[in-house]
Ligand binder design. Structure first.
Ligand SMILES: C[S@@+](CC[C@H](N)C(=O)[O-])C[C@H]1O[C@@H](n2cnc3c(N)ncnc32)[C@H](O)[C@@H]1O
Length: 214
């Protein structure tokens, strides 16, 4: 899937989460399952050259793409590492993942590693979809290839059970009809053009968790 397209249609939930966090210059962050680096670049723009963003992905090819995307940002370090083995050279202020937990074998393990990577009082943010809550022409979408296509529906409980305080949680879904980025995204995701059917893309559930302590 073209990364810029995902960034385009799901940009709003990312922006909402970053505003809610009040993230600023100098923050140290990790983007787990960074893929093409959309989230890493968004974080890098905010934390500036005094900050640091670790773009972590288990796929070395994704690491290379993220590194290329972030070439203009010396504060981004692309690392090949599984989320299950997450280990960074320093504690971070924020651990972020988007469209990752739906693909891992045991999301609880990855969330636990993200929590361990964060300093006391720091933040863990996860953004995951409820794929079957998407609609095309009123009918449910499905994404059977993902291990946990509806993990967004369980995300608040998963974050709580990872030992984090839940500061905020919500869902947002891009929607549209006719030609445009929402239609293009869906066609890319499913291989089928939605034509003039109304589209509600899978809602992305965001959970903002905080690590105990200050
Ligand atoms: C759907 S992409 C999401 C990319 C990016 N987070 C975004 O929102 O645009 C999922 C990414 O997670 C990576 N991934 C899958 N399993 C992983 C794991 N266990 N540890 C780290 N990365 C993983 C994949 O290689 C892929 O790059």
């Amino acid at each position: 899937m073209p990364n810029a397209l995902r960034d385009d249609v799901y940009r709003r939930p990312l922006a909402t989460a970053l505003e809610r966090l009040e993230i600023g210059p100098g923050w140290r962050c990790v983007d787990v399952g960074a893929g093409g680096g959309d989230v890493s670049v968004a974080l890098a723009e905010i934390v500036g050259r005094q900050g640091r963003v670790y773009a972590v992905d288990s796929d070395p090819a994704a690491r290379d793409v993220a590194a290329a995307e972030a070439a203009a940002f010396s504060q981004v370090l692309a690392i090949t590492q599984a989320g299950e083995d997450l280990l960074l050279p320093e504690p971070v202020d924020l651990a972020f993942c988007r469209f990752l937990l739906m693909h891992v074998v045991d999301p609880a393990v990855v969330l636990a590693r993200m929590r361990q990577a964060v300093r006391p009082g720091g933040w863990v943010v996860a953004q995951e979809p409820i794929t079957s809550a998407g609609r095309v022409g009123g009918l449910p979408l499905s994404m059977p290839d993902a291990l946990h296509p509806d993990i967004g529906a369980l995300l608040p409980a998963l974050v709580l059970h990872a030992g984090l305080d839940i500061v905020d949680a919500w869902a947002e879904a891009p929607a549209g009809v006719g030609p445009g980025p929402v239609s293009d995204y869906l066609a890319d995701l499913t291989g089928v053009s939605p034509g003039d059917d109304a589209i509600v893309l899978p809602p992305l559930v965001t959970v903002i968790g905080r690590v105990h302590g200050a």
